[in-house]
Design a protein around this ligand. Structure first.
Ligand code: NAI
Ligand SMILES: N[C@@H](CC=O)C(=O)O
Ligand code: NA
Length: 441
């Protein structure tokens, strides 16, 4: 049978990894897919740079060029593989490929989180597949698991470490005392970071991925603009150390939770009990915990970024598309796991409505009555305390750090209580608020 012809857009970290994996495992992949999968053309910005990104044995047979549209318009190409990133050119090329009746495989989470509704509608109408396993948690087959393996379940919530760069930074800072900027530079060198690394450290990338996961888990449209996001750049060494002392690890988590009145969709640094497996997922590794009503909790872990781990997911999609090429579009798994005309209109809840536990760090003047005032304000707001820790003041200092862990509370009540506590004369400066998830409900 004639090989499937792939047009690669982009030959950077991921694109070159795809070419390497396809070349190295051609025999196995062909046996699985039923026919060979070949890269027919590659379009890049800089051909010399692209050629240098993989060994000669991989690149010598590849037709490199600069013209992205020519690849998308090439009548011999069956699958366009978009690996350039960004949301403008990538969007135009993907929509053009779809209009040309070509299937698309992409690793671009920003593109799908922001323009996914339009792209999937276009694909549906054209009867083509848009596959995106690499867009969430790199090599972990989490899209496959949610769309297919867990399809019997009503998903209650999911929570994941879904940005490799920030997990790498947090781990290196904790284990080696490394400086934030140095570890970020290392993550960039290793090909983990986005073209603009603020996407990684400020939570945008995780929120893009969470938006996609929530759409598939709950059967809702992509709603990236409603996701709450907070990154790791403001985390302090004190908070990381205090969390450890209390038996918790701080991870940048993406959390999507079904509530009676809507969906929580939030990315932020989160304390997790250190004994949980996910709390021990370190470095570039990602992990996603999914709570389904029938199966209970399942956990998926693996490399969330990097050349070949991400290529593993891209190539898996190429194989899936190849296998399903001749299937009636009605018999394929729906893009968002639910039939497109059955997506639910559930609202995304504002962060003030979120219910979780909290870590509060206060700086207080070391004098009698402070704790009584603080606990009274929390009690008045209906917030119950789970644990409290008071640090000894440093030599000659009159200010002490007090850390409070709360039971589950509504964020707006916590914020109101914080405002009242900060107004106390005995409290110095602002209170640090972090969210805490036990991941057991
Ligand atoms: N690096 C990683 O670990 C992962 C990356 N991704 C996603 O994969 C996509 C690609 O990422 P990387 O390979 O890391 O990026 P990269 O920067 O290493 O490679 C991008 C490639 O696209 C080409 N390109 C970019 N803009 C272009 C333009 N305007 N015109 C022509 N060529 C252009 C570049 O020449 C280069 O070959 C992005 O959407 C990224 O978010 C997804 C999962 C993991
Ligand atoms: N920049 C991303 C790459 C994979 O999606 C990350 O660090 O996770
Ligand atoms: Na994946």
């Amino acid at each position: 049978m004639k090989p499937i012809q792939v047009g690669l857009l982009g030959f950077g970290t991921v694109g070159s990894g795809v070419a390497k994996v396809l070349a190295r495992n051609a025999e196995e992949i062909g046996r699985r897919a039923g026919r060979a999968i070949e890269v027919k053309r590659v379009a890049v910005r800089n051909i010399d740079k692209a050629r240098a990104a993989a060994p000669l044995a991989v690149t010598e047979g590849l037709a490199f060029g600069n013209d992205m549209q020519a690849v998308v318009d090439d009548p011999d190409i069956n699958i366009v593989c978009e690996l350039i990133g960004g949301t403008t050119l990538a969007k135009d090329l993907v929509l053009r490929a779809i209009a040309n009746g070509k299937h698309v495989v992409t690793a671009n989470k920003a593109l799908l989180a922001i323009h996914g509704n339009e792209i999937f509608a276009a694909a549906q109408q054209a009867g083509v597949m848009v596959m995106f396993e690499a867009a969430v948690a790199g090599g972990i087959p989490i899209i496959k698991a949610l769309r297919e393996g867990l399809t019997a379940n009503r998903i209650e919530w999911l929570a994941g470490i879904i940005n490799g760069t920030s997990n790498f930074i947090l781990t290196e800072m904790r284990d080696k005392g490394a400086a934030f900027a140095d570890v970020l530079a290392e993550a960039q060198k290793l090909g983990y970071a986005e073209a603009d690394p603020t996407f990684d450290i400020e939570g945008h990338d995780a929120a893009h991925k969470l938006t996609i996961l929530a759409a598939i888990a709950f059967g809702i449209p992509m709603q990236f603009d409603k996701a709450y996001l907070e990154g790791i750049s403001k985390l302090t060494r004190e908070d990381i150390a205090y969390a450890e002392e209390l038996g918790y690890r701080i991870k940048l988590l993406g959390i999507a939770k079904r509530r009676a009145n809507g969906i929580e969709l939030r990315v932020h640094p989160t304390l997790i009990p250190a004994k949980r497996i996910i709390a021990n997922v370190d470095g570039v590794m990602n992990a996603v915990v999914v709570q389904g009503d029938a199966v209970g909790q399942t956990l998926y872990s693996g490399r969330g970024a990097g050349s070949e781990p991400t290529a593993s997911a891209v190539v898996a999609d190429l194989v899936d598309v190849t296998r399903l090429l001749t299937a009636d579009p009605e018999h394929r798994v729906p893009h968002l796991a639910f039939q497109p005309d059955r997506l639910a209109d559930l609202p995304i809840l504002p962060i003030a409505e979120v219910e979780t536990c909290y870590y509060l760090r206060l700086q207080a003047h070391d004098q009698p009555g402070v704790m009584a005032d603080v606990t009274r304000i929390l009690a008045d707001a209906g917030i119950s305390i789970d644990a409290m820790m008071q640090k000894e003041p440093a030599e000659g200092e009159k200010i002490v750090d007090i850390v409070i862990l709360t039971h589950v509370a509504i964020e707006r009540s916590v914020d109101a209580a914080i405002a009242r506590i900060e107004a106390l004369e005995t409290i110095a400066g602002r209170i640090t608020k972090l969210r805490l998830e036990n991941l057991d409900r």
